[in-house]
Write a protein that binds this ligand. Structure first.
Ligand code: EPZ
Length: 418
């Protein structure tokens, strides 16, 4: 077990290149078993979720090797269609393996997925869509058992633009018989990246990034080498860290429009933001002002994965802020930890009412989930005095070398063995 020891109050200055997007690489790894030919995904971040997804693929009989930062998947000998409950409990993304496994083997079995404890996270939209595509589904002792003679194209309407359900349908539809349409699809950049990856493999998909996606089933897909998009949530996390600490930081590899309303909210705080192609520069000087309201929404709204980090920034800004978390039921578990640092926040259901304080102070706090943990690190970086941040395994799921990158920017942060 490790912890961070952070001596807050230092400005952040410098340039970082974003890692490949965790939430793009995970579906691409799931998609790699749609062909028996070799697939290489360049520059994969060596984070726990990626190594866990690699383990899932190995359990299916695929060979997964990492060299020089690239992942190569050879699933020619994969024969297994069941994913162990241990691994599916580890990782939410295991659920869109259902689409890939059904495409490859016409059968799939996995336990109900795990992942961050941020809400109920049902998978009804995934399962209803697969049923419309001809899949028989049985839920037995916490396992989901799926089987079909042949996946059939269908017209699917999503009541909610679920990222995972959209990805699962794409993975099931690319080699289905006939045409599939998804109305009400998620529009996140990671969906567009999955479309581009699958089309490079020989699929026929159009419309990703809009709320209507069309897929023409094809017979075969082919091995490719592919570079995923960069991680907009990691980038947003560093931008918010600079907002909280003051200083000037430039993030390379992410276009401003991939961050939804974040840049607009940072300008509202009083930060100077400049974007040029895939570079985003932030300058933060003096006391920030609270955002009057931050409401998380599906893309292109304010990203739910930056809600906790933005709340940490508002906790030490001037004024009050209302945070509304519309996507997940319990995504405020980090608030009691922020309050140990002096934050004045009241949570009521999906709302968090923040009264900005002059300065947070150091404390010992524990991460409870990936993005809540990032919020604690941001708060500690801007706080007066020394903090200890425990349970780093949550952070290691999504941020490669977080402390090394922050140190590069001038933060006083050490990762020590407990
Ligand atoms: C993806 O999760 C991301 N994870 C999440 O990032 C992200 O927060 C989320 O999309 C929203 O953008 C990955 O891509 C691996 P959803 P996912 O299906 O697919 C409800 C992070 O920190 N819903 O869009 O699970 C659900 O309850 C993680 O990197 C149903 O009701 O998100 C939630 O309220 C956290 N039924 C809402 O939709 C379903 O069948 C959004 O879920 C599916 C979802």
């Amino acid at each position: 077990m490790d912890k961070f020891v952070i001596d807050g109050g230092r400005r952040l200055c410098g340039t970082l290149r974003a890692q490949s997007a965790k939430n793009a690489v995970l579906p691409l790894l799931a998609a790699s078993i749609l062909t028996e030919q070799r697939v290489t995904i360049d520059e994969v971040p060596m984070i726990a979720d990626v190594t866990c997804m690699a383990q899932i693929l190995r359990e299916l009989g695929a060979e997964v090797t990492f060299s020089e930062g690239n992942a190569t998947i050879d699933s020619a000998n994969a024969t297994e269609h069941r994913i162990s409950s241990a691994l599916t409990k580890e990782l939410r993304s295991s659920v869109f393996m259902l689409g890939s496994l059904l495409s490859r083997f016409r059968r799939a079995a996995c336990a109900y997925p795990g992942g961050c404890d941020i809400g109920l996270r049902p998978i009804d939209l995934h399962l209803n869509a697969l049923k419309r595509m001809g899949v028989e589904i049985e839920e037995r002792e916490g396992y989901i058992l799926c089987a079909c003679d042949r996946l059939k194209g269908a017209d699917i309407v999503l009541d909610f633009p679920s990222v995972g359900a959209t990805e699962n349908i794409l993975l099931a539809a690319v080699k289905a018989e006939g045409r599939t349409t998804i109305a009400g699809a998620a529009k996140e950049p990671e969906i567009v990246d999955l479309q581009n990856f699958l089309n490079a493999m020989g699929a026929k998909i159009a419309g990703a990034g809009t709320d209507t996606v069309e897929i023409e089933g094809v017979d075969r897909l082919f091995g490719i080498e592919y570079r995923p998009i960069k991680d907009r949530i990691e980038a947003g996390t560093y931008l918010l860290a600079c907002a909280a600490c003051g200083g000037e930081v430039e993030i390379e590899g992410v276009h401003g429009e991939c961050l939804g309303l974040l840049l607009h909210k940072l300008r509202e705080n009083g930060c100077k933001i400049h974007t040029k192609n895939d570079k985003i520069r932030i300058a933060s000087y003096g006391r920030l002002k609270c955002n009057r309201r931050i409401e998380t929404m599906p893309f292109p709204g304010f990203p739910t994965d930056l809600q906790a980090q933005a709340t940490a920034v508002n906790a030490a800004a001037e004024g009050c802020a209302l945070i509304v978390e519309n996507l997940f039921e319990t995504r405020y578990k980090y608030v009691p930890e922020l309050k140990k640092m002096g934050a004045d926040i009241e949570v009521n259901g999906r709302n968090a009412f923040v009264r900005g304080v002059a300065r947070l102070h150091g404390a010992t706090v524990s991460c409870g989930d990936l993005r809540g943990g990032a919020a604690l690190v941001i708060a500690a970086l801007g706080a007066e005095g020394v903090s200890e941040v425990l349970d780093l395994s949550h952070l290691d799921r999504g941020y490669f070398d977080l402390s090394g990158n922050l140190k590069k920017l001038g933060a006083e942060i050490k990762r020590v063995r407990v």
